[in-house]
Write a protein that binds this ligand. Structure first.
Ligand code: CO
Ligand code: CO
Length: 331
């Protein structure tokens, strides 16, 4: 299901109104936000998916990091999580134990307690989590709020969807993409803390709709447009190789179709680049919109939080709402 289809379905149900509900299903924000007290907000989210790797421990780690990410994307601190498990009855239970062990390791790193869960029998394994977090009202980071003149900062390289597809097709092994998979296990906690401490204008995490799909949502919600510089955008080199070979995940095309009117691309850029920029990311990095005068402070803070990728990939502009220009080079 693509970006366009999902929006259509969600919009057939109007959001139930309640004064405590600050963010529900009607916006493109990463999670729901409910006002608990005047100064404290509750963040709630859920995510699960089929394995992208064979190693069950690694899958558990990636899925947990991904589930926690929507809380981090809003500047929140995750507190508790519930496991969501679908598992075939014929499969060895030690595999499930390893998935849960991987998830447990990540939640411990995040300081999150696993407080329960639910499992059902299913033909294909699926795993994820529902996560609850909190954030002080003054610290919340929304997908709206990007302002003309802001710089756009990305905190993980792109291309994990292409690599997972190559992996599924048997073209590469997990050993060939150790660094890439390790990046998918990394929590967005440091990036989230940096974002809150510096005070940014908008943020989201890059997941199923790819960089341009999520950037479009940010620009549309913010009433701005943006320019992206491909030469500044971090990617996994192997991902471009597979994009050139046409080993492209299913979701890429539908994300591209959904925003094709709004995305203007430099003619010099080949189709493989579009496949990278729309590549659905599992446990991708944060995309942060920061005021020009705070850009250096954010980059510095990201370094001190141990965030290894911190690329300034573009700039927000005043123009027609939701338009994205993809340029081969900065300037
Ligand atoms: Co998200
Ligand atoms: Co999600």
């Amino acid at each position: 299901m693509g970006l366009g289809d999902l929006r259509k379905i969600l919009h057939t149900f109007p959001q139930q109104a309640a004064k405590e509900l600050l963010v529900g299903i009607e916006t493109a924000d990463d999670a729901s936000v409910y006002q608990l007290r005047e100064d404290i907000l509750l963040i709630q989210t859920l995510d699960f998916f089929t394995p992208i790797v064979d190693d069950p421990f690694l899958y558990g780690q990636i899925s947990a990091a991904n589930s926690l990410s929507d809380v981090y994307a809003m500047g929140g601190k995750p507190l508790t999580a519930l496991n969501i498990v679908c598992f075939p009855c014929g499969l060895d239970l030690s595999i499930l134990a390893e998935i849960l062990r991987g998830a447990r390791e990540k939640t411990e790193e995040a300081g999150v307690l696993i407080v329960g869960g639910h499992s059902v029998e299913d033909e294909v394994p699926k795993f994820g989590m529902s996560v609850i977090g909190i954030v002080e009202k003054k610290d919340i980071v929304r997908v709206s709020g990007a302002k003309p003149g802001d710089y756009l900062v990305l905190t993980k390289p792109l291309g994990i969807g292409l690599l997972a597809t190559a992996l599924k097709g048997g073209l590469i092994s997990e050993d060939d993409i150790n660094d890439e998979l390790k990046s998918a296990t990394q929590l967005n906690r440091g990036a989230s803390e940096a974002m809150v401490e510096v005070g940014v204008n908008a943020g989201t995490d890059i997941t199923g709709f790819g960089l341009l799909g999520h950037l479009f949502e940010m620009m549309e919600a913010s009433g701005s447009s943006a320019e992206i510089w491909v030469d500044q955008t971090p990617i996994w080199p192997k991902a471009l190789e597979y994009a050139e070979l046409g080993v492209v995940p299913g979701g890429t095309k539908s994300s591209r179709e959904a925003v094709k009117e709004q995305v203007v691309i430099d003619k010099a850029l080949g189709k493989a680049w579009l496949d990278i920029l729309f590549d659905p990311q599992t446990s991708g990095g944060l995309l942060i919109s920061v005021a020009a005068e705070l850009k250096e402070a954010l980059l510095d803070k990201l370094s001190r939080k141990g965030v290894s990728t911190k690329a300034v990939i573009g700039r927000v502009q005043e123009d027609r709402k939701g338009i994205i220009r993809v340029k081969e080079r900065k300037g």
